[in-house]
Design a protein around this ligand. Structure first.
Ligand code: PLP
Length: 380
């Protein structure tokens, strides 16, 4: 059987990794400035994480959600304490797309409505609210026409008001910092008015923190920069440091009911232990502070990179916008400098999403490598 060929692949095969270093099958070491789409939060193969998973698999890896699993409650307690949302409820699943599907479903049950408002260049996984970018219309058109999703431009609050006034919207879903789309953000006044409008019209506000959450932005959640409290917060990526796990944090006013949501794998023992050990490391190694400090350091140095038009993002969720498309630059960074970076729907944006353990020395190494590539052989 062949693999279903939907991803273009770089000719590199990582076989080992530690912290922000990835080693390929030929023994070449790479600096990981991408963390596999913001997934690696505490660094690859962190010893505490590896030990916790090993110890758990020797006991029990999985049983169904029809029986008690105190690891889920332990995880919910720790997550509540670190995120500042102890009064919220946690539903566990396996990925970001699944988290958002559950969030939308819940919003629809809660409001008994079905239309969703999302934003241009947003990305919420291969879900009902897939994406709004016109150049991705081929991928998403079937979803968008089947599902009742209205896409609006960011920061145009009056357009949101017009949609909510129609009275058929169950949820507004928004990334506090856009990831795949290219690091655009709503302003604080946009977010606070959005929250007010959602309250006024009885609409569920969903913050998609799948990529921006878990300390990456320099706060536990990126929406906390705007001092809003969404009704549902979706999480995944950095939550398991590579172990598949996702979830939604649900405000106390949304009451559970048996059978409302369900999952086979969500919240299994191994996933819970992986997620718990991630939170323990984030706390003991002060990784949210590190994201803030090293992110600011990166921004202070970014002007040294030739051709950078704009530095976008917060903490260690960063983007460098150039005046040329970056696909060739990314290839040269991998093959010549041995550094992984990311791209975006905005083809001129280089995405930087390293493990939250990254050091200033490694940032210097990255900036030096970018200078080498751009000065020695300019891209345009
Ligand atoms: N939401 C956001 C903001 C994302 O960036 C992604 C993935 O990139 C998803 C949801 C989907 O997550 P997953 O790929 O785990 O389904």
């Amino acid at each position: 059987m062949k693999l279903f060929d939907v991803y273009p692949l770089y000719d590199v095969e990582p076989v080992k990794a530690y912290d922000a270093t990835v080693i390929d099958k030929n023994g070449i070491e790479y600096l990981d400035m991408y963390g596999g789409h913001a997934v690696i939060s505490i660094g690859h193969s962190h010893p505490h994480y590896v030990r916790s998973i090993k110890e758990q698999i020797e006991k029990i890896g999985f049983y169904s959600n029809a029986v008690q699993n105190s690891l889920q409650t332990k995880l919910a307690k720790k997550l509540g304490a670190l995120s500042g949302y102890d009064d919220y409820q946690l539903f566990l699943c396996n990925s970001g797309a699944e988290a958002n599907e559950n969030a939308l479903k819940l919003a629809s049950f809660y409001t008994r409505k079905s239309r969703v408002v999302a934003f241009h260049n947003g990305f919420h996984g291969r879900t009902s609210a897939a994406v709004a970018a016109t150049d991705n219309a081929k991928i998403n058109a079937p979803l968008n026409t089947q599902q009742n999703v209205t896409f609006l431009p960011l920061n145009q609050i009056e357009l949101v008001r017009t949609e909510l006034e129609k009275g058929d919207v169950c949820a507004v879903i928004i990334e506090p910092i856009q990831g795949v789309g290219g690091l655009d953000e709503g302003t604080t006044s946009f977010f606070t008015t959005l929250e007010t409008l959602c309250h006024e019209f009885g609409v569920v506000l969903i913050a998609d923190e799948v990529q921006s959450g878990y300390g990456r932005s320099g706060k536990f959640f990126a929406h906390q920069y705007h001092e809003i409290t969404p009704d549902i917060i979706s999480i995944a990526k950095g939550m398991g440091n590579g172990f598949p796990i996702g979830g939604i944090l649900i405000a106390p006013h949304i009451k559970p009911d048996y059978g409302m949501l369900g999952t086979t794998f969500g919240g299994n023992h191994l996933a819970c232990v992986a997620a718990l050990s991630v939170l323990e490391v984030i706390e003991t190694e002060h990784l949210i502070d590190n994201a803030k400090i090293t992110g600011a350091y990166f921004e202070s140095k970014a002007h040294q990179i030739p051709g950078v038009q704009k530095v976008k993002g917060k903490g260690l969720m960063l983007g460098l916008e150039f005046d040329f498309e970056v696909s060739e630059l990314r290839k040269r960074l991998i093959y010549e400098e041995h550094i992984f970076t990311g791209g975006a729907m905005n083809k001129k944006l280089l995405r930087i999403l390293p493990p939250l353990t990254i050091s200033k020395k490694q940032i210097d190494q990255f900036i030096e490598a970018l200078q080498n590539v751009l000065v020695e052989k300019p891209m345009i």
